[in-house]
Design a binder for this molecule. Sequence first.
Ligand code: F6P
Ligand code: MN
Length: 330
Amino acid sequence: MQTLTQVLASQPLNASLTQVIHTLANSAKDISSAVRQGALAGVLGATEQENVQGETQKKLDIITNDMLKDALAQDSHVKALASEEEDDIVALNSQGSYLVCFDPLDGSSNIDINSLVGTIFSVLPAPAGDVSAKSFLQSGRAQVAAGYVLYGPSTMLALTTGHGVQLFTLDPSTNEFLLTDAAMSISPDTSEFAINMSNQRFWEAPMQSYISDLLLGKIGPRERNFNMRWIAAMVGDVHRVLCRGGIFTYPADNKDSKKPFKLRLMYEANPMAFLVEQAGGVASTGYETILDIEPQHIHERVAVILGSANEVNACLEYHGQHYDDQEPEC
Ligand code: F6P
Ligand code: MN
């Protein structure tokens, strides 16, 4: 079985990007151990602090953020980082060629119930000159690598550097990531959807209609039954979509008029969209391709609809997006 080192060596990557990916992967191994220690390490439960989005931070959110920050600070190729748990960017090595955005522990409400959590990361090229938050405001198309690490029954790394999506499993006996799927591919059709149904009455009309039709199943316009899954950790739901297809969405809602979207563009939507596109799927806000969004803020939030190409496109039809009309003219 190929190791992560061997797989990266087989890709046309420059040495500094390979190094940054190793730094992220090694840090994820340490996070995996911390997560596995759970209550034994006294790391569960909420702290008194709030993060920039006004959510209560869990102890493990802070611990994992610090672990990644320390590891990236020691990698001379990393110029700066942006994290869900940091209000501002953190400047690191002025000579570095890359910027790293991350969500250190996605799905952290799952921590206290010993359920699925993960780390999501995105690597961007660093513009020349002094680094600032503005340096990060590049569209998802600029990403040179992205991925997630899932801390589940086994620890898995899904990675793209723009050459498909490779899935690795952490071998606990050697602490090495070993290649277990060389080319993840999302089936274009699916009968499985993931959405937080409790927000139904707050969604926009197109999403209300789309989900209503899925729920009608065989007796509705879709003429087949759909199944629903919701892990409440994007990393887990997207992993399922990459493994066996599906549609995952966290759409706009008007539950809180000041916060119409939940997921963050730079360290949730963009890296997941890069993986999904590389695996043959589609990732959109309903009105715009996620990877084409020009970010305005490092902590910007967006609506997300991603997964099996035909199903996402079916959902986009409800949003007035007609994909057949967008075929390039010959
Ligand atoms: O990071 C935000 C997040 O935890 C995602 O991982 C997940 O998909 C979503 O929020 C869960 O939202 P809710 O609490 O509405 O189920
Ligand atoms: Mn998250």
